[in-house]
Design a protein around this ligand. Structure first.
Ligand code: NAD
Ligand code: UDP
Length: 318
């Protein structure tokens, strides 16, 4: 079996490449490295895979002519500062990039999994969010480049399934964290942990009463495989996330406690259109596929902090 992982040099994609190799697949990792890092691909699972692993530096907006059995589309800038900086690129990646990969899947008769996002729900008026909620997105705001590109990609996937019989599956990923989060990409967990370890103030945006539900990366990688490799899932859409819900103040306090940091907490302006609450309803995926997250936030944070400590030691030694 041969899998293509688009965005495979990124945070989630690199963990997925490793899991697929362990499963016995050949893996083609396709990434243009706009936010991914080659060092994410230097762990023992990939180093030991020899010719079963191939890296292609490629932008998915361009056609790609290879034959595979499974296509995982994780390619997209994902952190708010990053996708807002590369806004037009983000829109084109979600639209033209997803189209090119769907054509590849159609030619290959491959199964296709789209990494969508809880952001399709925007600043949700329904709480928690179920898959049949249509969302509350500002289509002209600064987050629209990401939210709308992912919504368009979902629509495109569904039409490839309805009209052209490509077996597509969509997962809406809620905030995910863990080792290999880019320390510089501005997401909340990487910011807090780096700030705490460096003795800098932890930056809480707005009042800090907005909530997120944080999923550890190994739980997500398990969900991705369940959705892709279970029979009879064509055209299905699933939330994947951890329903534990935390305010950004609670998250900051937890990071301070687990790092033993005496950094102060400071408040910064809330970015425009920042969603006030977010929590997945995972009843659908639990009932259909028997998946639910296993790693509690505190436990996952400890493993993440340990990884960031090692990264910091490495960068000081270099
Ligand atoms: P990431 O930035 O670490 O990984 C994304 C990867 O895609 C990077 O390696 C980047 O270089 C690559 N990429 C971007 N555009 C590309 C293009 N046009 N062609 C080829 N490669 C391209 O982010 P991540 O957190 O690992 O996210 C992976 C996927 O999961 C993204 O699609 C993201 O939208 C989705 N997602 C992530 C989260 C999360 O909390 N991490 C939540 C919801 C959805
Ligand atoms: N946030 C914060 N401090 C930071 C970075 C982010 O308080 O240093 C907040 C941000 O305003 C949002 C939440 O943390 O309410 C999650 O932000 P992130 O960028 O990680 O992901 P989002 O869910 O907004 O896409």
């Amino acid at each position: 079996m041969k899998s293509l992982v688009a965005g495979g040099a990124g945070f989630i994609g690199s963990h997925l490449c490793e899991a697929l190799l362990k499963r016995g697949h050949d893996v083609v990792c396709v990434d243009n490295l706009i936010s991914g890092r080659l060092r994410n691909l230097q762990g023992p699972a990939i180093a030991g895979a020899g010719r079963r692993f191939r890296f292609l530096r490629h932008d998915i907006q361009n056609p790609l002519k290879i034959k595979v059995d499974f296509v995982f589309n994780l390619a997209s800038p994902a952190s708010p500062p990053h996708y807002q900086k590369h806004s037009i690129f983000t829109l084109r990646t979600g639209s033209e990039g997803t189209y090119q990969l769907l054509l590849l899947a159609e030619r290959s008769r491959a199964r296709f999994l789209q990494a969508s996002t809880s952001e399709v729900y925007g600043d949700p008026e329904q709480h928690p969010q179920t898959e049949d909620y249509w969302g509350h997105v500002n289509p002209v705001g600064p987050r629209a480049c990401y939210d709308e590109s992912k919504r368009y990609a979902e629509a495109l996937c569904m039409e490839f399934w309805r009209k052209r019989k490509v077996d597509v599956r969509v997962i809406r990923i809620f905030n995910t964290y863990g080792p290999r989060l880019d320390p510089k990409d501005g997401r909340v967990i990487s910011n807090y942990v780096m700030q705490a370890l460096r003795g800098q103030p932890l930056t809480v945006y707005g009042t800090g009463r907005q909530t997120r539900s944080f999923q550890y990366v190994s739980d997500l990688v398990e969900a991705i495989q369940k959705v892709m490799f279970s029979p009879g899932q064509a055209g299905c859409v699933y939330n994947t996330g951890n329903p534990g819900e935390f305010t950004m103040i609670q998250a900051a306090r937890l990071v301070k406690k687990l790092t033993g940091s005496s950094s102060p907490i400071v408040f910064k302006p809330l970015p425009k259109d920042d969603p006030a609450r977010r929590r997945p309803d995972i009843t659908k995926v639990r009932k259909a596929l028997g998946w639910q997250p296993r790693v509690p936030f505190e436990e996952g944070l400890k493993m993440t902090i340990q990884w960031f400590q090692e990264e910091l030691k490495g960068s000081r030694a270099a």
